[in-house]
Design a binder for this molecule. Structure first.
Ligand code: DQA
Length: 142
């Protein structure tokens, strides 16, 4: 299995960014855990973070050509704003899970809507870094 994990804007600051909401783990910590989890199952996992919407669109388009079979994405703020990222997922037609560290539904109303959720296989929110692990486990099992 080839799994791509995508992280949206400001997630490069994990560990120092509002730790009460997003946890103490850094993005490198999370990525290392996921790589280990995939390797233990004989799968390949690649991670990519960008603060730029178009760069994420490019990476999603590339996923159709590079053998990616499943995407796990925390689109961060682009969840609530990006028709372009939605359209990219529709275009590549690859299965994906949307992950949020925080429970967006108990936060500000503008975080309650996602442009991606209805295209996703599933959505995980509020489980912190464990949410990524659950998403990767699902991808490995399916
Ligand atoms: C987030 C939730 C988003 O609303 C926010 O903009 C983020 C992170 C999360 O992981 O909880 O940057 O996707």
């Amino acid at each position: 299995t080839r799994i791509l994990v995508l992280h949206g804007p400001n997630l490069n600051l994990l560990g120092t960014r509002e730790p009460a909401i997003y946890g103490a783990l850094t993005l490198a910590d999370i990525e290392a855990r996921l790589v280990e989890q995939a390797q233990a199952r004989g799968a390949t996992l690649t991670s990519f973070q960008s603060n730029h919407e178009g760069v994420l669109v490019d990476r999603i388009q590339q996923a159709r050509l590079d053998g990616t079979e499943f995407i796990v994405i925390n689109p961060a703020a682009f969840t609530h704003t990006s028709v372009a990222i939605r359209d990219a997922f529709a275009a590549v037609a690859l299965p994906f899970i949307e992950v949020h560290l925080s429970n967006v539904h108990k936060r500000e109303p503008f975080r309650h809507h996602s442009y991606l959720s209805d295209l996703a296989v599933g959505v995980i929110a509020g489980l912190g870094a464990d949410g990524y692990e659950a998403a990767v486990r699902f991808a490995l099992d399916h």
